[in-house]
Design a protein. Structure first.
Length: 232
């Protein structure tokens, strides 16, 4: 075997290991999500440990591996160039998503939000008892630009607004509707209640978990309000 052949084979093996390093973080997140959704481990392991801690370091290691892959590919552009570019793009996307997610989670935002902080809508007794048992956030706060609907909406409109925002309706009445929403990735849950009064309809959305979740509660509450407005 010639020296060129040995170098080429060695470069191919090295490239495989670098590509595997690049893919480690995305694969870990995939496994973490599946394991959490199927109950193999709690959110504390799947989200907090595997995804947000270990996965972040693997993403940085993947970026370093991608840079090395590009350098290695310079020795054989025709055979290794495309693989190296693909690895670099995947690593940049992975790190970019982590940076974006970190900024999102670091944003100071309430986990329990409402259109009426002074007189927040209350949950049904069974929901309130469950939230107390879970030690869920219970300090209703305002969100930027989140305002009540200045009319008494129909109960059907309230139900449709909750369902349209991804909530499963658990209670529907003339003056109040409630629902619960389970997040797609790690199953984090939010409760929502719509209180209907003459001339005004208020909304409250509250996380069941006190983990930092960015402005998710505000976005969900705004979504419900927008759907109520559209259904008037």
């Amino acid at each position: 075997m010639t020296g060129t052949g040995r170098a080429g084979r060695g470069g191919g093996i090295g490239m495989r290991w670098l590509v595997l390093t690049v893919l480690a973080a995305p694969l870990l997140v995939f496994i973490a999500v599946l394991g959490t959704r199927f109950g193999l481990w709690p959110v504390a392991i799947g989200r907090d440990l595997l995804t947000l801690q270990i996965g972040r370091w693997l993403a940085l290691a993947g970026l370093a591996a991608a840079v090395l892959a590009v350098i290695l590919a310079l020795r054989d552009i025709r055979r290794l160039g495309l693989v190296a570019v693909a690895a670099l793009l995947v690593s940049l996307l992975t790190v970019g998503l982590y940076v974006r997610q970190q900024a999102h989670l670091a944003a100071a935002a309430a986990l329990d939000v409402t259109t009426d902080p002074a007189d927040a809508p209350g949950y049904a007794p069974e929901t309130a008892a469950l939230r107390t048992a879970l030690r869920a956030p219970d300090a209703p706060a305002a969100c930027p630009d989140l305002a009540p609907v200045p009319t008494q909406v129909a109960s059907e409109t309230a139900t449709a607004a909750l369902e349209g925002a991804g909530f499963t309706v658990r209670k529907a009445g003339l003056f109040q509707s409630e629902g619960v929403r389970e997040g797609f990735w790690f199953g984090l849950r939010y409760d929502a209640v719509i209180r209907i009064r003459p001339g005004r309809t208020d909304v409250r959305v509250s996380a069941r978990d006190d983990r930092p979740q960015g402005d998710a509660a505000c976005r969900l509450a705004q979504d419900v309000v927008d759907r109520l407005q559209a259904g008037r």
